[in-house]
Design a binder for this molecule. Structure first.
Ligand code: CMP
Length: 225
């Protein structure tokens, strides 16, 4: 198991003694697709690292009539660290969107690990910085782009993070409904349906086994301001 853990970015530069501790304090858990792992504002006692599968991180409107997807995390990525550091409660909800395997660690065990091996904190800072950059990109997109541009950016980002090369282009290897895309773009589902149809007519995307295949990424980028 230690060998598998080494491939995880969070642990990649942990010294062997810290990895030994990681093996002791992280426990395996499984959740089936659709399970809400925790909800926004709840008390946070665990950090999770995804070993297999996909987790959606999202916030709900006050009336819970709409969700905004903040990120779709995949194997190797972690979540649930923020509430451990500031005890202000979960900043967002987390839901398994496929069957998932995770390893989870209790707050005090994780904080003790960081204080026993302070150099490990640098890895976390660098990964959190990357997340802040992503969040800044999302703020710019929501502020400056129209719906076409937002969806174009989302498809390009999904292709980069979850893309698989195919003969005809890049397949985004996640089942995504128009509702899912609308929750990512912060745009009504009906609008997303129209944009998808525009992208299909211009021959830059196709559907393949309920997944989006990007056949002309340069054309998609042409919709971004
Ligand atoms: P926490 O606040 O404990 O619970 C929700 C988790 O979602 C949070 O920790 C982070 O791990 C994760 N998270 C929150 N915002 C984002 C974001 N913008 N991008 C990726 N992950 C996030």
């Amino acid at each position: 198991m230690q060998e598998n853990f080494k491939k995880i970015a969070l642990f990649s530069s942990f010294p062997p003694a810290a990895m030994k501790k990681v093996n002791e304090i992280f426990k395996e858990k499984k959740y089936s697709s659709g399970t809400v792992i925790f909800t926004e504002n709840s008390k946070g006692d665990y950090i999770y690292v995804i070993i297999f599968g996909l987790v959606k991180i999202f916030r709900s409107s006050a009336t819970a009539s709409a969700d905004k997807t903040l990120a779709i995390l995949k194997n190797g990525e972690f979540f649930g660290e923020m509430a451990l550091f500031d005890t202000a409660g979960r900043s967002a909800s987390a839901k398994a969107i496929t069957d998932i395997d995770v390893i989870a660690c209790k707050r005090n065990d994780f904080l003790n690990l960081l204080s026993d091996y302070p150099q490990t904190s640098l890895v976390i800072i660098s990964l959190l910085t990357a997340r802040l950059r992503e969040a800044n990109k999302q703020i710019s997109s929501l502020t400056f782009q129209n719906s076409l541009g937002r969806l174009a950016i989302i498809l390009c980002d999904l292709a980069e993070k979850h893309g698989v090369e195919k003969d005809k282009g890049v397949l985004i290897d996640i089942e995504l409904t128009h509702q899912d895309l609308s929750e990512m773009a912060g745009t009504a589902r009906e609008v997303i349906t129209k944009i998808i149809s525009t992208f299909k007519k211009s021959k830059c995307i196709e559907f393949y086994k309920k997944r989006i295949l990007i056949t002309d990424i340069e054309k998609i980028k042409g919709w971004i301001y």
